[in-house]
Design a protein around this ligand. Sequence first.
Ligand SMILES: *[C@@H]1O[C@H](CO)[C@@H](O)[C@H](O)[C@H]1NC(C)=O
Ligand SMILES: *[C@@H]1O[C@H](CO)[C@@H](O)[C@H](O)[C@H]1NC(C)=O
Ligand SMILES: *[C@@H]1O[C@H](CO)[C@@H](O)[C@H](O)[C@H]1NC(C)=O
Ligand SMILES: *[C@@H]1O[C@H](CO)[C@@H](O)[C@H](O)[C@H]1NC(C)=O
Ligand SMILES: *[C@@H]1O[C@H](CO)[C@@H](O)[C@H](O)[C@H]1NC(C)=O
Ligand SMILES: *[C@@H]1O[C@H](CO)[C@@H](O)[C@H](O)[C@H]1NC(C)=O
Length: 528
Amino acid sequence: MAAPSCPALLATCLALQLATAARGDGCSGFGNLFTEIPENSAHGSLVARLPAAGDTGSAGLQLCLAGADAAWFYLDGRSVRLNVSAGRALDREVEYRIIVQVLNENDNRPHFQGATILTHNVSELAAVHSVVFSTQAEDADGDTLMYVIDTASPDARFFRIDLPNSGKVVLARALDFESRQQLEVVVTAVEMNTRERFNASARVRVNVLDGDDQYPQFLPCTPRTHHGLTVCTSPVYTANVTEGQLQGGPLSFSPGSVYAEDGDRGLRAAITYSLLAGQESGRFHIDNMTGAITLLRAVESSRSTPAISLSVMASQVNDANKFAVTQAVVRVLAANRHPPRFAHPTYRAFVPAGAREAALLLTFGGRVLALRAHDPDFPEGVNPQVRYSLRPGANHSQLFQVMPNGLLVARADRLHPTQTYRLQVLARDEESGETSSTAVELEVLWPGQAAPRDPSEVGSGRSPLNMGVLAGGLGALLLLTAAILFLIMRAMKKRQRQQETADRAALAIEKHPNVSLRWFQPVSAGGR
Ligand SMILES: *[C@@H]1O[C@H](CO)[C@@H](O)[C@H](O)[C@H]1NC(C)=O
Ligand SMILES: *[C@@H]1O[C@H](CO)[C@@H](O)[C@H](O)[C@H]1NC(C)=O
Ligand SMILES: *[C@@H]1O[C@H](CO)[C@@H](O)[C@H](O)[C@H]1NC(C)=O
Ligand SMILES: *[C@@H]1O[C@H](CO)[C@@H](O)[C@H](O)[C@H]1NC(C)=O
Ligand SMILES: *[C@@H]1O[C@H](CO)[C@@H](O)[C@H](O)[C@H]1NC(C)=O
Ligand SMILES: *[C@@H]1O[C@H](CO)[C@@H](O)[C@H](O)[C@H]1NC(C)=O
């Protein structure tokens, strides 16, 4: 019969109580039981027999009857029987419908399967707001579970759960393998519709996998901070070659061999090297696997080509769009077969003591002493890379100075007549590092005293070819100076026509305002 026509509905609840922590599977055989018994059935008549529900877990099952009309029935093992007596019978000519409802008591806690620490791999390229992994807990009572991220867990800010029932964990912010390789978050599953709201937690370890988001980098790079980012700036590689020479093998670069690595340290994509086309790039070959650069054709002259700048590109073999470019500078050195040399091991020099702060050292005949180291590697012997210096000495460090053009200057105001000094002048080829030295024996003259004549010229009748004269000194020198100036003018006029080119350039010493004179000097300085 249809339910609405029933005059009385007897609902009896059978509450199953699990005396032991039995698995929920044992209850799955129960459901609502529908059964019929005729009226006037005898006490003890069988109303329903509960299914065996499998043997698993049923051992600990304890059954009891509950509900408003439970007194009409009693339990006999697994059987539900009718409880009537003489004065208390089912006396209607009807059928009672008994609903036997098996109620599940919330006696199981949710739990996550497997290890207490779950591991998931997530690429650093995973899109923000996308589901990166899923967690599933189980509840033996079949309660609806809701998942939440424990905000107290270390990396909770990276994740969120948008649909609480789904257990799907969404990426809340971008991952970066280069800064973090592992994250940890705690996910809790909570019963939604129970009074107890039991919960279970799982620690989830997220391994961030490297994605191809970095470009190659030339090494050794220099880390620099830029707007809070650490930027790796490529080195400029430098190497030397000698003009006219073709050394075998790859060039030796500084600060190290040309070498690049994939910025994605977890991927280490293979790198290929190439030279960007340039004026001189055809002169070189680069090994596309090793980055070794070889000179193919010698550079003719270091004067016309002092250096060659190459643009080296390193790109990923699997993605040519990921590349880096840096400069490799090849310096062309002059062929160096000879060191610079002074013409004499010792030079004689004179300087009158005086009030001047700076006075040029003279040599025999009053000519300006000009030291010049001769380098046969260069036309006319002039190596522009030669630098002159005074060897630091005990008693002259403050008093003398050598100028880049080989002239020596003295603090005449701090010298005293008849003093002698021995100076060591060094000439260093800055390119090759070769050095040679000479000695200057200096004698301090009385103010106005003329430098002696060259002993080798005395009596030969020859007069000095060129009369470079130091003007300046004390008032006592004025007459002499005038006379010498007259001689200069004469000498100049005499030589002007044919000798303009032979003369060394007139020099002005701007460093020493007190010595603002001009003079002419012979190509080879006087010596002994
Ligand atoms: C049967 O019903 C009577 C009267 O309602 C009650 O006293 C008795 O305890 C019941 N028997 C069982 C086994 O439940
Ligand atoms: C994660 O990746 C590692 C290798 O990177 C692998 O050994 C492991 O099996 C992966 N784990 C999962 C859960 O995919
Ligand atoms: C989980 O249960 C414990 C106690 O059993 C409670 O302190 C905690 O707040 C619960 N966690 C959540 C997320 O409901
Ligand atoms: C490197 O060069 C060789 C030939 O010189 C070529 O066969 C090879 O494909 C090149 N490799 C790459 C990665 O470009
Ligand atoms: C400077 O030292 C040299 C020897 O080193 C010495 O001959 C000379 O007299 C000294 N000159 C002075 C002014 O002390
Ligand atoms: C190149 O030569 C210069 C001197 O001219 C030297 O200082 C430098 O160290 C050399 N570089 C290399 C890579 O050899």
